[in-house]
Write a protein that binds this ligand. Structure first.
Ligand code: ATP
Length: 133
């Protein structure tokens, strides 16, 4: 059936570069799976978990949103930030969640609500994924 190379890249570093059996990406219009021999595809991603299977084992990666490109059996994910579930600092995510909730609740002038909502979403997703490692 062939192989699929997964590359998850942020502006700072390569988070994952490995051969996988399949991956499921958090597309803005819903999750989509990628197997070897997938047709070429470009999709925007939302904040979510990317699941992949390698050596028969499922792994999860936090993705802050970005883009997925499938071409010639390479799935490239470009994200502003991404971490393997095992590398998520759940205490930090909990603090980020509380900070965002406080900002949203106070709703002070000058608080960028969209930014606070986005930070809250990232924190909730990180906490959820940190339990799956
Ligand atoms: P925080 O307010 O805690 O910085 P954030 O959602 O604003 O959270 P990002 O802007 O998404 O953070 O990420 C900034 C950098 O910090 C990235 O390199 C990201 O991988 C890393 N990072 C953020 N939160 C965590 C976490 N809970 N565990 C591990 N790495 C994290």
């Amino acid at each position: 059936m062939g192989t699929l190379q997964l590359e998850v890249v942020t502006p700072d570093r390569t988070v994952v570069s490995k051969v996988v059996e399949m991956a499921i990406c958090p597309g803005v219009e819903g999750e989509f799976g990628v197997l070897p021999q997938h047709v070429s595809l470009l999709s925007a991603l939302k904040v979510g978990g990317l699941r992949y299977r390698a050596d028969g084992k499922d792994e999860y990666i936090f993705i802050s949103g970005g883009f997925a490109d499938v071409n010639n059996n390479v799935l490239t994910v470009l994200a502003e930030s991404a971490e393997l579930a095992a590398n998520i600092d759940s205490a930090r995510a909990q603090q980020a969640k509380e900070r965002a909730e406080r900002r949203i609740a106070e709703h002070k002038e000058g608080v960028d609500m969209l930014r606070a909502e986005a930070a809250l979403q990232r924190a909730i997703m990180r906490l959820r994924l940190s339990q799956l490692r």
